[in-house]
Design a protein around this ligand. Structure first.
Ligand code: OSB
Ligand code: MG
Length: 374
C-alpha cells in the first residue's frame, strides 16, 4: 500500500483516578497517536510509552523524537503490503519498541480494513469475547482499596491485580484474602524487590495468588529463575520479555510460568504474535497487559487478546475506568460477566472521535519521507 500521509499527535488525557505503582503516580496521560493514511483508508496506532522513562527507557518525548526523526520517514518511504513487514522497515533503529509499535499497529489496522476483516480475524484470533481483569494502583489506605475491589467485582471483572511494593504487600493481601477467599487475585511489583527479599516473597505463597508479576529487576531472567525455584506462586514476567527470544530464554531458565504480553513493549503485532506462539509451544499461558491506553491502544489490545493462548484475564478493562470521555466510539464496555465482545467491523472496530482528538491535541506533526537525492 502507498503511504499517503503520516500525522503524529500528542494528546493529553486526564485519568479519572491517579494510578500509583512502585515507580510513581500518573495523573494525566500524554499519549502519542499515529494516523496513517493510505489509498482512502486511515489506520491508527497508539504509543504506550509513559510520561517518564520509568517502566522502560522510553517516554512520550523520546518516542516523539524516534518517530519524527527516524521511524516515520522510514515508513513514509516504504510501501508495506502487510503490518508484518514493519520490523524489517525499522530494522536499522535499535530499541524504541513502543515508538515502532505505534506505527506498525496502524499498518495492521489499515491492512485489516483493506481486507474487510476485523483485526482480530486478520491475526488469527479465535475468541468472540475476551476475559477482563483490573489492575488496581496502590491506594492511600487499605479501606479505600477494599472499596475499589468491591466496586470492580460488582462490575463483573474476573481477576483483581494489586500493585504492590515493600510496605504495601502481605498486610494488604491478608485483608483482601480474608474478605474474598475465592477471587482470582494477583500482584504486580514492577521490580520493587531484590533477591535478598526472597524470604519475604515466599510469604506471598500463603495468599493463593494466581501470579506475582515482575518482582525483580526489569531486565532480568537469571535472578527470577532463582526466585521461582523458591516460590510456589508462579512468577509472571512483564518488563523482562521484549521479544520471542526472551520467551525462549525465560522458559529455558524457568524464570517464569506465565507471560504478560504488551504490544508496545515488544514492538507491535508481529513480535506480539511471535511471543504468543513461542509461549504456546512451551505450554506457558499468556495474558494481555495494559499501559493506561486510550480507546485506540485498547482496541489493539482487544484484538490481540483473541489469540488462542490468551487463556488468563487481561488488564484490558472498560474506557469508563480511566476516562470521563474516551476518544473512540462506541466506548469500550465490559459485561457483567467480565467480558469484552469482539466487534465484527473491519480493522480495529472502534471509530476514532476525530473532533475530540483534535481538541485534545497539544502538538501535531506531518511526517515526510526522507528527501530522495537524485
Ligand atoms: O506493569 O502492568 C503494568 C500501567 C502502567 C505501567 C505498567 C503497568 C500498568 C498497569 C495498568 O498495570 C494496566 C491498565 O492499563 O489498566
Ligand atoms: Mg506489569
Amino acid at each position: 500500500m502507498r503511504i499517503d500521509s503520516i500525522v503524529l499527535r500528542e494528546v493529553h488525557m486526564p485519568l479519572l483516578h491517579p494510578f500509583e505503582t512502585s515507580f510513581g503516580v500518573t495523573r494525566q496521560r500524554r499519549i502519542l497517536l499515529a494516523e496513517v493514511r493510505s489509498e482512502g483508508l486511515t489506520g491508527w496506532g497508539e504509543c504506550t510509552a509513559g510520561e517518564r522513562p520509568y517502566f522502560s527507557g522510553e517516554s512520550t518525548d523520546s518516542a516523539w523524537q524516534a518517530i519524527v526523526n527516524e521511524l516515520g520517514p522510514m515508513l513514509a518511504a516504504s510501501e508495506p503490503e502487510h503490518g508484518g513487514e514493519c520490523p524489517a522497515i525499522f530494522r536499522l533503529v535499535r530499541g524504541n519498541p513502543m515508538a515502532k509499535a505505534a506505527l506498525e499497529n496502524a499498518i495492521w489496522d489499515l491492512e485489516a480494513q483493506r481486507e474487510g476483516l476485523p483485526l482480530a480475524q486478520l491475526i488469527g484470533g479465535v475468541r468472540e469475547t475476551i476475559a477482563c481483569g483490573v489492575s488496581l494502583g496502590i491506594q492511600p489506605s487499605i479501606p479505600e482499596l477494599m472499596a475499589v475491589i468491591e466496586k470492580e467485582l460488582a462490575a463483573g471483572y474476573q481477576r483483581i491485580k494489586l500493585k504492590c511494593k515493600p510496605g504495601w504487600d502481605v498486610e494488604v493481601f491478608d485483608r483482601v484474602r480474608n474478605r474474598w477467599p475465592e477471587i482470582m487475585l494477583s500482584c504486580d511489583a514492577n521490580s520493587a524487590y531484590k533477591l535478598r527479599d526472597a524470604d519475604h516473597l515466599t510469604s506471598f505463597d500463603a495468599f493463593d495468588l494466581l501470579m506475582i508479576e515482575q518482582p525483580l529487576w526489569y531486565d532480568d531472567f537469571y535472578y527470577h529463575s532463582i526466585l521461582q525455584k523458591r516460590l510456589h506462586t508462579p512468577i509472571c514476567l512483564d518488563e523482562s520479555i521484549r521479544n520471542r527470544r526472551d520467551v525462549l530464554a525465560a522458559t529455558e531458565m524457568e524464570s517464569c510460568r506465565i507471560i504478560n504480553i504488551k504490544l508496545g513493549r515488544v514492538g507491535g503485532f508481529s513480535e506480539a504474535i511471535a511471543v504468543h506462539n513461542a509461549a504456546q509451544e512451551r505450554g506457558v499461558p499468556v495474558w494481555c497487559g495494559g499501559m493506561l491506553e486510550s480507546g485506540i491502544g485498547r482496541s489493539h489490545n482487544i484484538a490481540l487478546s483473541t489469540l488462542e493462548n490468551f487463556s488468563l484475564p487481561g488488564d484490558v478493562s472498560a474506557s469508563a475506568r480511566y476516562w470521563k470521555e474516551d476518544i473512540v466510539e462506541p466506548e469500550i464496555t465490559v459485561s457483567k460477566a467480565g467480558e469484552i465482545e469482539i466487534l465484527d467491523t473491519p480493522g480495529r472496530g472502534y471509530e476514532v472521535r476525530t473532533d475530540l482528538v483534535e481538541k485534545l491535541t497539544v502538538r501535531k506533526e506531518q511526517i515526510r519521507a526522507f528527501e530522495m537525492v537524485a
